[in-house]
Design a binder for this molecule. Structure first.
Ligand code: GLC
Length: 569
């Protein structure tokens, strides 16, 4: 079966801004469901759980790399862009996944590391063997290891240099990540062509978008930092033009772990757009900082910064993902505070970050988990959940590197947590058996059976969010409060007038990071006397006072989402 533009596929709604309304779910295929008992998850396993994901309210899946790979970096080390790792299945299985997801109005976004390949990729093998051949210039080679001295090392726990000597070619090659992941040479136009071919191949299979993995690192220069160089942005602009012409409706999502002002650049401009979405790396660590410092000041500050983004561009908000909770882009003072709160055991750290899952980070506190999710689902941008966090899965810090939080999904209290029928010793990673997060306690089946479980709570919040387009499409206005622990903002949406018939609406979101109950006054000038209604139960709240102040009491680490103004309908 051939796929054309996804906008014409059965099942998919005709919504050009689908990615702004969508709730995304990052699912590592290897970790989700094993359909054939070989001990590792696969595409058929994922297909078998699409009903669960649909029930949860997921609109789009982000799938980390499933390409052929020696798996020395969780698949981010690709040895063949045109094939799927046999352990995961076949291209036909992938087609089936796309079709079955689309039938449910669910989109598929794949991960696309373009900055580097595995050293097992035939391009690299040819490049090291024959400097004069067609692939001789596909990677960044040098006679010395002294070029680009200003470029930082990312995997500080594993690498001492961004250069590694290749004994065969007798030159050094450049790599921003592991030394088995040589960087492609984007100065070479043939590399652009090869990369465009790869993108077209997957777009033709019907995927709805891709994550531009490690995108800031495409180009390096003698003077620059090797991050967000002008040529890198130029490449993205050209790519976006190709996508808009050949694959309208599909999206590009930037993984740019950079300082706030630099991340915004990955959206490009109105005339010359770059990515449709960018992960909100600036906001993520500040959520964790606020939870422990009991201060809303930092979140207040980043949310108040006005950033010009092109029409249609949107943030990807996340709490955790398959990588460490990165602390690269926070100040040294904050970093040390975060290590103290969240990574008191050195084993919990990796590189410049923390390799733990959400529930253990928050010490399994239900109040904190709810507060963190309430932020995830109401901050400007589209929320990205990480598989397993909806049930508060634990991690295993005795596993190496980021495998700590890539363990098998916990479905049932049965053998291997219902993830696989294999001999438990055969699993690619052991299931979590710790005291608190043991799979016999933390699993989908038992949470389905408890109406008050985290899983049901998360599902409910997702559905409330989706009933209110202001969260996906609206703007944000940060409000002044008189309590340092209280964050308040209004999400406001003028209505679309499209076939969706979205009416204008405003939602007041208030969060308390205090570790005790508090009372706070919030300034809502212009909304004097306006009524407020709880979005969950519909209950009436005290109105904004005639002097434009709203007085609220908040329980320990709690939040409100309140409809502001007269109730609709
Ligand atoms: C990205 C991925 C990470 C990977 C790295 C190198 O940052 O998220 O998992 O290790 O790229 O490929």
């Amino acid at each position: 079966m051939t796929f054309t533009a996804p906008l014409t596929l059965p099942g998919l709604a005709l919504d050009p801004l689908w990615y702004r309304r969508a709730v995304f779910y990052e699912v590592m295929v290897r970790s989700f469901v094993d359909s054939n008992g070989d001990g590792a998850g696969d595409l058929q396993g994922l297909i078998s759980k699409l009903d669960y994901l649909q029930w949860l309210g997921i609109d789009a899946l982000w799938i980390p790399p499933i390409f052929d790979s020696p798996l020395r970096d969780g698949g981010y080390d690709i040895s063949d862009y045109h094939n799927i790792l046999p352990d995961f299945g076949t291209i036909d299985d992938f087609r089936e996944l796309v079709t079955k997801a689309h039938e449910r109005n669910m989109r598929i976004v794949i991960d696309l590391p373009l900055n580097h390949t595995s050293d097992q990729h035939p391009w690299f093998q040819a490049s090291r063997a024959d400097p004069e051949g067609p692939y001789g210039d596909f990677y960044v080679w040098s006679d010395t290891d002294e070029k680009y001295p200003n470029v930082r090392i990312i995997f500080t726990d594993y690498e001492e240099s961004n250069w590694t000597f290749d004994a065969e070619r007798r030159q050094f090659y450049w790599h921003r990540f592991f030394s088995h992941q040589p960087d492609l040479n984007f100065e070479n136009p043939a590399v652009h062509e090869a990369v465009f071919d790869v993108i077209r191949f997957w777009m033709d299979l019907g995927v709805d978008g891709f994550r531009l993995d490690a995108i800031p690192y495409l180009y390096e220069s003698e003077e620059g930092s090797g991050e967000s160089e002008p040529e890198t942005h130029e490449f993205i602009r050209v790519l976006r033009r190709m996508m808009d012409t050949e694959y309208p409706g599909r999206v590009m999502i930037a993984e740019a772990n950079q300082w706030p002002a630099e991340v915004v650049e990955y959206f490009g401009t109105e005339e010359d757009p770059e990515c449709h979405m960018a992960f909100d790396f600036p906001v993520m660590p500040r959520i964790f900082y606020s939870l422990r410092s009991q201060s809303a000041a930092e979140l207040n500050r980043v949310l108040s910064e006005t950033t010009e983004t092109p029409e249609g561009a949107g943030w990807g908000v996340f709490l955790r993902n398959h990588d460490e909770l990165t602390l690269e882009m926070v100040s040294e003072e904050y970093r040390q505070a975060m290590y103290g709160w969240y990574a008191y055991d050195p084993r919990m750290r990796v590189n410049i970050g923390i390799r733990r899952r959400l529930a253990p980070l928050l010490d399994n506190s239900r109040a904190e988990l709810e507060l963190a999710h309430a932020l995830l689902f109401s901050l400007p941008g589209s929320p990205f959940l990480y598989y397993g966090d909806e049930i508060g899965m634990g991690d295993n810090i005795w596993l190496p590197d980021r495998d700590a939080s890539r363990t098998p999904m916990q479905w049932t209290p049965d053998r291997n947590a219902g993830f696989s029928t294999a001999d438990p010793g055969k699993l690619f990673l052991p299931v979590v058996q710790s005291l608190v997060y043991n799979y016999s306690l933390v699993n989908v089946e038992s949470q389905l059976a408890q109406s008050r479980s985290l899983l049901h709570w998360v599902r409910n919040v997702i559905h409330v969010r989706k009933a209110h387009p202001a969260f996906g499409l609206g703007g944000v206005r940060v409000l002044e409060t008189d309590h340092e622990s209280v964050l308040a903002f209004v999400r406001e949406y003028a209505g679309s007038g499209t076939q969706f018939g979205d009416a204008p609406e405003r939602v007041l979101c208030v969060f308390s990071f205090a570790h005790n109950p508090v009372s706070a006054r919030i300034r809502l000038d212009g909304d004097n006397g306006q009524p407020l209604w709880d979005l969950f139960g519909g209950g009436a709240f005290p109105s904004v006072r005639d002097d434009g102040v709203l007085e609220l009491t908040l329980a320990t680490q709690s939040f409100y989402w309140l409809h502001l103004g007269d109730r609709r309908g």
